[in-house]
Ligand binder design. Structure first.
Ligand code: PLP
Ligand code: ZN
Length: 429
């Protein structure tokens, strides 16, 4: 099993360049990292992973802080765990890990923290993947970048593509993308193709375009994106330990294409290999999906093997409105081997959790709140116990989906344009 938590360090294969190579998670074939455009295994079409000969420890990352006065921050603080030293960067990462005292008290766990990835430059964690992925595109010399997106990937790619001065094409499911995200893709200058179909149909098309050499694919099928997203896990563990003295027992996160689930698992495996994390201390990865788009949850409930593609998906958490999670073969072993689980929540539970987070000062889009909704549900069922230290991942900012926020929040009250009228209105209550 190539995706286990074992600390075995493989010898680099002949394909390795400076200790970095691509490896198929299904058949183990190895490929040079930047020699050609390649998203899946030449031999068996399996998913590829970036592999390294050496794995830096958390102490190694901390040591670079002390050496010079300007400590590296964000994604590139972890450059030694990435394929190269610098990306196309606008200072992504280094997002806050918040205490949420009201939710912690209500849910009843030993410690609860929320990692707010909405605080990235374009308002979602997708920036962490793009700073690496768009740099790889530059190295490969491609002239057009493309993605299918439920919104945030397109916003991030449009922004990073603009920064790299490269053409960007985004395919969006018509009418199913939150307003803030389309606005971002638009202003950063991407060509936006609105597809009469769902996200999975958009991904099928853009994958075909990529296979025909029309564009470089920056969906999370691209293994380099997950390298950037891996830094969420590294940052979370460091911050959680700084704040509470321990690593979290469990990380709860929303799941769409399961890229983050795969990326966090990879971060843990590499920390185990580096000797920074004992196997028994690896946080239990706990995925949350919306009831209307829950193929991963179904797979876990049915014995972990097969993920069935859902052709019809629906949820107001549009960022996770996905029926065919491409990274399932990487993510399912991660959930299983870390002792985690997966759970589905209703749209009402998602909106309730969005309000609860807002009450603690954390403004997120619906998909993000799925993590807290899932925590509540698993705490009620007893699957998560009161002694656990838990970190929830919130993936996108409140302003991404202003319509959902306004619908979940309090309604504005019309008043006359004079003080007496306003006072009268307030007195009426
Ligand atoms: C992309 C996205 C997700 C889904 O993440 P995966 O890595 O595909 O599982 C969840 N929430 C938000 C806000 C996103 O933009
Ligand atoms: Zn293969």
């Amino acid at each position: 099993m190539s995706l286990s938590l074992s600390a075995d360090r493989p010898d680099p294969p002949d394909a390795a360049v400076d200790g970095v190579w691509l490896e198929c998670i299904a058949c183990g074939d190895a490929f040079p990292p930047f020699e050609a455009v390649r998203y899946t295994c030449d031999a068996c079409d399996g998913l590829l992973e970036v592999r390294y000969a050496d794995h830096p420890s958390l102490a190694d990352f901390a040591a670079q802080d002390r050496e010079d006065g300007q400590p590296p921050r964000g994604v590139w603080r972890y450059a030694d765990a990435l394929p190269f030293d610098a990306g196309v960067s606008i200072d992504e990462g280094d997002t806050p890990l918040y205490a949420v005292p009201t939710i912690e008290e209500e849910v009843g766990v030993a410690d609860l923290r929320v990692k707010h990835e909405g605080m990235n430059p374009t308002g979602s964690f997708k920036d962490r993947g793009m700073t690496v992925g768009v740099k790889v595109a530059e190295r490969l010399g491609v002239d057009r970048l493309a993605c299918a997106s439920t919104g945030n990937t397109s916003a991030a790619l449009a922004c990073y593509g603009a920064r790299a001065d490269t053409e960007v094409l985004v395919l969006l499911p018509a009418g199913k993308v939150a307003a803030g995200k389309v606005a971002q893709a638009s202003l950063h200058g991407a060509r936006i193709l609105e597809v009469d179909g769902n996200f999975d149909a958009c991904l099928d098309i853009v994958s075909d375009l990529a296979d025909r050499g029309e564009a470089y694919l920056l969906n999370s099928l691209n293994p380099f994106r997950l390298e950037g997203q891996k830094t969420i896990g590294l940052e979370m563990l460091e911050q959680f330990r700084d704040q509470t003295g321990d690593f979290p027992d469990r990380i709860v996160l929303p799941v769409g294409n399961a890229g983050n689930t795969a990326a966090l698992y990879k971060a843990f495996r590499e920390l185990v290999a580096a000797g920074s994390l004992a196997t028994e201390d690896v946080p239990a990865l706990t995925g949350v999906q919306a009831e209307g788009a829950a193929p991963m949850v179904e797979a876990v409930e049915n014995g972990w093997d097969e993920v069935r593609r859902w052709d019809e998906v629906e949820t107001r958490a549009t960022a996770i409105r996905i029926g065919n999670p491409v990274n399932a073969p990487k993510a399912l072993p991660g959930i299983r081997e870390t002792g985690g689980t997966a759970v589905a929540v209703s749209d009402e539970e998602i909106t309730d959790a969005q309000r609860a987070l807002a009450r603690d000062g954390v403004g997120v889009e619906p998909a993000s709140a799925a993590s807290v909704a899932g925590l509540r549900k698993l705490r009620e069922s007893g699957e998560i116990t009161a002694d656990e230290q838990v970190a929830c991942l919130t993936t996108g900012h409140l302003l991404k989906d202003p319509d959902a926020a306004a619908a979940a929040g309090v309604a504005p009250e019309p008043v006359p344009a004079d003080t007496e009228g306003v006072l009268a209105h307030l007195g009426d209550e």
